[in-house]
Ligand binder design. Structure first.
Ligand code: KG4
Ligand code: ZN
Length: 333
């Protein structure tokens, strides 16, 4: 029975998880608060914080799982994509531990892990399925043929969906990360009050930088006429922005599902928490006859449990890394 310790350190969350024969035994995450004051992740501070958090997080995960280091069968770490300094901390730790314990090393693709988070819970899609991965760093439409064979059919050409939420929220004066707050405020607003441009591109690609610019110029114009414009229309602004982002995502998802004939539709990444996206996806599923899969929120945001699940599939396939494993900030799916 493989018992794997998995590490996640691609961005600003330090995670460690233990999985035994595909069953999650522990999942610990330390979120870095240091970035809030800067309104975004500061890479150098992220890697320093990973260095501080990693050992305590690993120790806590092993204790929670009731597993000793000697019982481990393999060690896994996120290889990429992500921030180079952050990835270096996790991969170096995993390489060192694997070498010291004389056990195999597994390098995990972070985007694949987001998708394989669907296999941590009870409701699991069957292969093949379509997955929309939406986070602060990524927006991808993926045809998932198996745990190890995935094809990106659409992606963002500039900002990620989460970035679109965070950057427009910042323009409205909301603190970082603004996505969850914008979602909350949107609940009482009118989504059709203001019209912003869709980010649906050719093929199944996305572009959200135009939305950010459109919101910026719209607000500048309105605030020049009425300095209280944002405060007086905050809920409607949030609802209209959310409506635009969700509409863009759903538009491409609908087209991709029609073209591939896939009827199992999965959502992954931190933006899966967005209530507007969840509601729109559920409504669309009813119309289209899709079965929708959304993992628990703890498995949507960055975490090591999903890395552990991916590592489990790779272990079964004999997909191991050597001590030459190096982080790849731009690792492709
Ligand atoms: O997956 P994640 O935790 O980290 C990355 O890998 O990026 O995603 C974080 C992103 C942030 O942009 C955050 O604002 C967004 O997910 N987010 C949301 C909501 N909850 C988190 N965006 C909109 N509505 C939400 N409820
Ligand atoms: Zn992520």
């Amino acid at each position: 029975m493989p018992i794997i310790l998995a590490l996640e350190s691609s961005c600003d969350d330090t995670g460690a998880a233990v999985i035994a024969d595909g069953v999650l035994l522990a999942n610990v995450v330390a979120t870095q608060k240091v970035h809030e004051q800067y309104g975004g992740v500061v890479p150098e501070l992220a890697s320093r914080a990973h260095q501080q958090h990693l050992l305590p997080v690993v120790t806590a995960a092993l204790a929670e799982a009731g597993i000793s280091k000697a019982q481990l069968t393999a060690v896994a770490a996120t290889q990429g994509p992500g921030l180079l300094g952050s990835l270096l901390v996790g991969t170096m730790f995993a390489k060192t531990l694997a070498l010291a314990l004389g056990i195999p090393l597994i390098g995990v693709n972070h985007m694949r892990a987001h998708i394989l988070a669907h296999f941590l819970g009870a409701a699991r899609p069957a292969f093949p399925f379509l997955c929309l991965t939406v986070s602060g760093g990524h927006t991808q439409l993926v045809v998932v043929r198996s745990a190890l064979a995935m094809e990106v059919i659409g992606q963002t050409t500039d900002d990620a969906a989460g970035e679109a939420f965070d950057k427009t929220a910042k323009l409205l004066g909301l603190p970082y990360p603004g996505g969850p707050l914008l979602d909350q405020l949107a609940r009482t607003g009118d989504p059709r009050r203001f019209a912003f441009p869709s980010g649906a591109m050719g093929g199944y690609d996305f572009s959200f930088s135009g939305l950010k610019t459109a919101v910026l110029y719209f607000l500048k114009k309105q605030v020049a006429l009425n300095e209280h414009f944002i405060a007086e229309n905050l809920a409607d602004l949030c609802a209209s922005i959310q409506h635009t982002i969700v509409g863009t995502l759903l538009h491409q998802l609908r087209r991709a599902a029609a073209a591939t004939g896939l009827t199992q539709v999965a959502l992954a990444g931190g933006v899966a928490a967005n209530s507007g996206l969840r509601a729109a996806l559920r409504a669309e599923a009813e119309t289209q006859g899709w079965t929708v899969f959304i993992p628990d929120f703890a498995f949507c945001t960055d975490n090591a449990a999903m890395v552990a699940m991916a590592a489990h599939f790779q272990f079964e396939a004999g997909d191991f890394a050597s001590q030459l494993l190096s982080p790849d900030p731009r690792l492709k799916l």
